[in-house]
Structure formats: C-alpha cells, structure tokens
Design a protein around this ligand. Structure first.
Ligand SMILES: [Zn+2]
Ligand SMILES: [Zn+2]
Length: 314
C-alpha cells in the first residue's frame, strides 16, 4: 500500500507567509557561514542536514490523501489538496478522459470539500469521479458549494461523470479491491473515520474527531477500530494546552494520538489536520511530544508529521 499526502492542514488553507519564508532562508544562511558550498553536491549535503522546519514546511492545503493498492486508487477527502492531485492525475489517463477515481468524504465541512471546483479531471468528459460517504446530504453539500452566489461554475457544468454513492456506517463496503468501514466520530457535523483494507495492508483515516472521556473504558471503541493498523492518520490539531480551552471544538492532540496508537498496536502514526495557527515549529514540537510519550511507553509505533508530498509505502 502506498499513501501520499496532498493536503494536511485543518480548517482553512494556510499559505506560508512571506516573513516565514524569509525567516527560513535567514536561518539556513546563518548555518552556512564558513562552509564551502561552491558545488551542487555540497549544497545538497547541506540541505540534507538542515532541520525540516528550516528547509521545508508541512504545507497549507486542506485534507486530501491518495491511497494506492496495486492498480487501484482511493482518495480521502476533497480539501484544497485535491487541486494538486488533479494536476498530477491529468498527466496520465485522466488527461485523456479515461480515468476513474473513488473519493471517500469524512464530512462536509468546507475544508474537506473545497478542492472539487478546481479538480481538473472532473472537467474532462469520460472521467468517472465517485464520492462515497454515509451522509444523506453529500450531493447537496457539493451542489451548494457551487451555487452561483458562491462560485461561478455550477457542479452540473463538470463534464466528467460525477456520482454520489451512499455507503452505510458501521459495516464493510467493497470498493474495487479495497474494502472500507465508516465509523462515526465525535465532531460537529457528522464526521466519519474510515478503515481501509487492501490485501494484507490497512490504513485508518481518523480526521476531525475529539476524544472527550479519555479513560481506558471510553477510549476502547477507538482502540478496537484502530487495532493493528499499518498506518493511522490522526487529527492532532491542538496542543495539550489548547485543547483545554477548546472542548467541544471537535479536535484532538498528538499525545492522545500516541496513546490510542500505542494501545491499539498501530505500526505508524501520522499526525494530521494541523491548526492554521501552528507554524512549522509548533507542528513539529507535537511530533517530539508524541515520540517521547511512545518511547516512555516502550512502544514500537513510528510517528510522523503528515506533510504535503510525504509518501509512506510498505
Ligand atoms: Zn477539518
Ligand atoms: Zn470538521
């Protein structure tokens, strides 16, 4: 199975401000004082040594993830990252009107839908785009987003074959060679996590959720759902301090992700749905906390920050 992140920011697209870019360049130049960087190879070596918070960014696009197993592709959510995925897909069969994609929608908040009006494959006749979720209002939400008072091009203008398929929560549905299980989470607006299983591989996509009564018994339904996943993609929007002020806002923290992943025997944990108020340093400090928590518990779970263009394969 192969997973690629196209958008990992929560709530609203969050471009890196010019001052932040300048700050990263300044830090990189400071570290280079006295070094001989006169060859491409030396520059490359220097870049490899820089902390990720200086030489890169988690990115600003809202949720969109590509999951591939063999020849099949599933997409998780249609946030602004979907635009970038669409550009990539246009280079192959989708550019010729011969593509087919299935997109699972966690819930219909804007940050999980807003990429569709800019998804080029949807505008090409012959392509098939099928949305799946347990929401009764799924199609209405996408049509409403492109109502003329919000957007100049209605959904009906898209010449690809756009379908909306209701799938039941709390049971398995087969989509091609993969099977998916939607699981209701605690979040305003009816959010679902998905467990996705291919041949000998599993991913759990658990965005937009709060874990209120976080004791052994109350957390058990989530532990059971996450059990032994190869990869758990987890809403880690808030820091531990933030979450105390943001009860009922429907989001979680890196530490809760680490605890649940450990208890569930998850192999890899990707911290996801980063807060628009968190800069790269703040996001990566959440990674350090989760890593040290897992180390204290003696957990073999590997934790990472979900960032744009990150690929995870096993
Ligand atoms: Zn969200
Ligand atoms: Zn939401």
């Amino acid at each position: 199975m192969k997973v690629k992140f196209w958008g990992t920011r929560g709530s609203i697209p969050t471009p890196l401000p010019p001052a932040a870019i300048e700050g990263k360049i300044r830090q990189a130049l400071r570290g280079a004082v006295g070094l001989d960087l006169s060859s491409e190879a030396a520059i490359e070596r220097y870049l490899q040594r820089l902390p990720v918070t200086i030489c890169s960014t988690v990115g600003g696009n809202t949720p969109c993830i590509e999951v591939r197993a063999g020849q099949q592709m599933l997409v998780l959510d249609a946030g602004s990252g979907l635009r970038l995925l669409g550009q990539e897909l246009m280079k192959a069969e989708f550019g010729k009107g011969q593509g087919a994609v299935d997109i699972l929608i966690s819930h219909t908040h804007w940050d999980h839908l807003q990429g569709l009006p800019f998804f080029k494959p949807g505008f090409v006749r012959g392509n098939r785009v099928t949305f799946h979720s347990p929401h009764a209002h799924l199609e209405k939400a996408f049509v409403g987003q492109q109502d003329p008072i919000y957007f100049p091009v209605p959904l009906s203008y898209l010449s690809g074959d756009i379908q909306f398929r209701h799938i039941p929560a709390g049971e398995w549905t087969q989509i091609g060679a993969m099977r998916v299980y939607p699981f209701r989470m605690d979040h305003p607006g009816e959010s679902y996590a998905y467990r996705i299983e291919g041949e000998n591989a599993s991913v759990v996509y658990a965005t937009d959720s709060e874990y209120k009564q976080f004791d052994q018994a109350a957390g058990q339904i989530y532990v059971d759902f996450f059990r032994n996943a190869d990869l758990l993609i987890f809403d880690a929007q808030y820091s531990f301090n933030d979450v105390l002020d943001k009860q009922d806002w429907g989001h979680s923290t890196p530490m809760i992700g680490a605890e649940l992943a450990h208890r569930a025997g998850v192999r890899r944990l990707a911290l996801f749905h980063h807060d628009p108020l968190s800069d790269d340093e703040a996001v990566y400090s959440g990674l350090k906390q989760a890593e040290s928590y897992l180390a204290q518990r003696g957990s073999p779970c590997q934790v990472m920050i979900a960032s744009e263009e990150l690929e995870v394969e096993w």
